[in-house]
Design a protein around this ligand. Sequence first.
Ligand code: NAD
Length: 264
Amino acid sequence: MPQLGFGVFQVPDAEATAAVETALAAGYRSIDTAAVYENETGTGKALTGSGIARDELFVTTKLWNSASRSWTRDAVLRELDASLERLGLDHVDLYLIHWPRAVRDDYLSIWRAFEEIAESGRARAIGVSNFQPAHLERLLAETSVVPAVNQIELHPFLAQSELRAFHARHGITTEAWAPLGQGKELLSTPVIAGIAEKHGRTPAQIVLRWHLQLGHVAIPKSVTPSRIRENFDVFGFGLDDEDMTAIAALDSGTRLGPDPDEFD
Ligand code: NAD
C-alpha cells in the first residue's frame, strides 16, 4: 500500500474524474473513495481510462453501514458488487467498514462477510475505519482476520497515541484521514508555519512529512491541481527531531469529525 494516497471526500462525481486524473499524473497511485462519497463512478473513469496497469493502482472504497439497513451477509456482498460496478473494476485493493456504529452491534457480522470477500479476492485486503481500541479488541477476539488497516482521523491536533500504539502491537496499519486537518487552523498554526519557513516548504508539506516520518499512511484531498502536486512533493526533505517534537506538542485531542463512540 503506498504511504501517500489521494482522498476524494466531498468531491462531486462530475469533478472526481479530473481530480483523480491530475493526481495520477502527479504520481499518486493510491486513491481513497467510499460509497457514501457518491463519486465512485467519476473516480473509476479516471482509473480505468488512465492506461496505468491495474496492479500499479491501489484502490480503496468503504461500506456505508448506515443506520437504515440491517446487514445480512448477502447485503454486504451486494454492496461491494455495486461499488465495483460503479468503479468499473473487478476488485478493490482495500475494502473498509466505514464506521463501527457500535450501537447497532453488527460490525462483527459485517466483518465475517468481509472475510469472505477477502477470501474471494474481490478485495485484496480488508480493514476498518474509525474503530476505537474497544471495537478492535472485540473484532480480534471474535473473528479470524486481523484488519489490515484502521483509517482514523489523525493530524497534529489529534495525534491518537493510544490507537497508534494498539495498531503497532497488532500489526494494523494506521491510515490518517483529514491528514491536513481539513485545511483549517492547523495549516496556519505558527509552529507549522515556522517549520515551513525553515525548510522552504509549505505548511501542508510539513504536516504530510510528519505523517510519513511517523509511519502513517496519509490520503490528503484537494481539487486544486497545484495543491494536488504540492501534496505529493514531500519526498525530497526531512523534518529533524526538534521539528517532530514541536509538532507533537500541538496534540490537543481536538476532533474535526464525529466521535466514533457515538456516531451512528
Ligand atoms: P484533508 O486533511 O485532506 O484536507 C483537505 C482540505 O485541505 C482541502 O479541501 C483543502 O481545503 C485543504 N488543502 C489541501 N491541500 C492543501 C494545500 N496544499 N494547502 C492548503 N490547503 C490545502 O481532509 P479530508 O478530505 O477530510 O481527508 C482526506 C481524505 O480522507 C478524504 O478525502 C477521504 O478520502 C478520507 N476521509 C475518510 C473519512 C472516514 O470516515 N474514513 C472521513 C473523512 C475523510
